[in-house]
Design a protein around this ligand. Structure first.
Ligand SMILES: Cc1ncc(COP(=O)(O)O)c(C=O)c1O
Length: 391
C-alpha cells in the first residue's frame, strides 16, 4: 500500500535543524569535532530553586494525574504576576492568559483558530519558520514584509499596499527578533497597534527573547500600548527567560476572544503539562529574578567574543541589544550564505545558520548563536578566522 500525506501537509518540509542534525551526526561519526553555533537552545540550566520545585512536586502523590488544559489557575495567575511586575500590565488570568506547551505550540495553533483558506497573513522576512507553516496548513496567503538593515529590521508599515492591508487578517511580529537580533522601540508598537486597528488586523507578537537583553536594555511588551488588547495577542515563554527550553512552558496573553479560541481548541487537543512542571514554572515566575541579569551578562560576554571576531573579519552587522543571536552579512567575496555555512561546517566543524533559512531577505546573512560556553566559542572563532584567512 502506498501511504501519501494529506494534501494540506504535503508542502510541510522537514524542519531545517532536524536535517542539519543528521548531517552533523554523520560528520561526528567520521571523527569531526563539531561546535554548534546554529541552535538557540540555552546551554545553562535553570536556577536550583526551580529544579527543586519540580522534584518536590514530583514526590507528591496528587501531582501525577492530568493537568488543566491551558494551564492551572495558579500557573495563569503566576503569568499575570510576571506581566504586572515586568511590564506594569494588568491581565485577567482567566480570560486574558492561556498556558501553552511551549510557545511554538501556540504560534502554530493561532493560525489554526483564526485563519481561513485565502486569508492574507503579513509575515516578517526573515522570520521564525512556524508562522509560515501555520499559513501553509490553513492555505492562507503570506505577504512578506522585508526586515532590512536600513529600517533597523522593523517592517515598513507604509510599504504594505493598501489593498493588502485592508484584506489582511493577521500580522506576525517578533521582537527582540530571531534571527536578526533587532529590537523594537515602544513607539513602533504604538504605530503597529494603530495600523492594526485601522485595518482590522490581528497582531501576533512573538516575544520569547523579551528577557534576554544586554547593556541594560529592557525590551517592551506590545501589551504596554494602552489599547493593544483590542487587537494583539503576545506569546511569551519560559524557554529563554528561565533556561527552560525543554520544559515546554509558554503563554499567550492579551485579546480575550483569541485567548478563548485557543483555550477551546487546546481543550480538544492536549491534556496540559505534567503538573510538577507547572509548579516549577510558578516558582520560576514568582521567585528570585536576580539571576536573570547575571545570566544575561554571560550571554553578553559571549556576544562580545563573536562581535570582535566578526569585526576583524569585516562582516557587516549591528551589535545586538537582545536575543540569543548575532546576525551578520558575510563579507565579499562571499555571496552565498548557504554555501558559506556548509563549507565552514565541513572544513572546520563549526556550524552556523544560513540566513536564507528564515526567508529570502536573509540571503547573504548568517546567524550565530550565543548558547555555547566562552572557551568553546573562542575556539570556534579561531577556526572561523583561520578558515576565512586561508581561503
Ligand atoms: C522567535 C521564536 N519564537 C518562538 C520560539 C519557540 O519557543 P518555545 O520554546 O517557547 O516553543 C522560538 C525558539 O527558538 C523562537 O526563536
Amino acid at each position: 500500500m502506498i501511504i501519501e500525506s494529506a494534501k494540506r501537509v504535503s508542502q510541510v518540509k522537514p524542519y531545517f535543524f532536524a536535517k542539519l542534525g543528521d548531517t552533523i551526526e554523520v560528520l561526528k561519526k567520521s571523527g569531526k569535532d563539531i561546535i554548534r553555533l546554529d541552535i538557540g537552545s540555552p546551554d545553562l540550566p535553570p536556577k536550583d530553586f526551580i529544579i527543586e520545585a519540580l522534584v518536590d512536586a514530583a514526590r507528591r502523590p496528587d501531582m501525577h494525574g492530568y493537568g488543566q488544559s491551558g494551564g492551572s489557575d495558579s500557573l495563569r495567575k503566576a503569568f499575570a504576576s510576571y506581566y504586572a511586575r515586568r511590564f506594569g500590565i494588568d491581565l485577567d488570568p482567566d480570560r486574558e492568559l492561556v498556558g501553552l506547551i511551549g510557545s511554538k505550540e501556540g504560534l502554530f495553533n493561532l493560525s489554526q483558530v483564526i485563519l481561513n483558506k485565502g486569508d492574507w497573513v503579513l509575515m516578517p522576512d526573515p522570520g521564525y519558520p512556524v508562522y509560515g507553516v501555520g499559513a501553509v496548513i490553513t492555505r492562507a496567503k503570506p505577504y512578506y514584509m522585508p526586515l532590512l538593515a536600513e529600517n533597523d529590521f522593523l517592517p515598513d508599515l507604509e510599504a504594505i499596499p493598501t489593498e493588502i492591508a485592508n484584506k489582511a487578517r493577521l500580522m506576525w511580529l517578533n521582537y527582540p527578533n530571531n534571527p536578526t537580533g533587532a529590537v523594537a522601540p515602544y513607539d513602533f508598537f504604538e504605530k503597529v497597534v494603530a495600523f492594526a486597528k485601522r485595518n482590522e488586523i490581528i497582531i501576533a507578537h512573538d516575544a520569547p527573547y523579551v528577557d534576554v537583553c544586554f547593556d541594560n536594555y529592557e525590551a517592551p511588551s506590545i501589551l504596554q500600548v494602552p489599547s493593544a488588547k483590542e487587537v494583539a495577542i503576545e506569546f511569551n515563554s519560559l524557554s529563554k527567560t528561565y533556561n527552560m527550553a525543554g520544559w515546554r512552558v509558554g503563554v499567550a496573553a492579551g485579546n480575550r476572544e483569541i485567548v478563548c479560541l485557543l483555550r477551546v481548541y487546546k481543550s480538544q487537543l492536549d491534556s496540559s503539562h505534567f503538573k510538577p512542571i507547572m509548579e516549577a514554572a510558578k516558582a520560576a515566575l514568582l521567585g528570585d529574578q536576580s539571576w536573570i541579569a547575571e545570566r544575561n551578562m554571560v550571554y553578553q560576554k559571549r556576544r562580545d567574543i563573536i562581535v570582535s571576531t566578526l569585526r576583524e573579519l569585516d562582516f557587516d552587522f549591528e551589535v545586538p541589544k537582545a536575543s540569543l543571536y548575532v546576525w551578520a552579512r558575510i563579507p565579499s567575496p562571499y555571496v552565498d550564505s548557504i554555501a558559506f555555512c556548509d563549507e565552514l561546517l565541513h572544513a572546520t566543524g563549526v556550524s552556523i545558520t544560513p540566513g536564507e533559512l528564515y526567508g529570502p531577505s536573509g540571503a547573504g546573512y548568517v546567524r550565530i548563536s550565543l548558547v555555547t560556553p566562552e572557551g568553546i566559542l573562542e575556539e570556534a572563532m579561531c577556526r572561523l578566522k583561520k578558515w576565512m584567512r586561508g581561503n
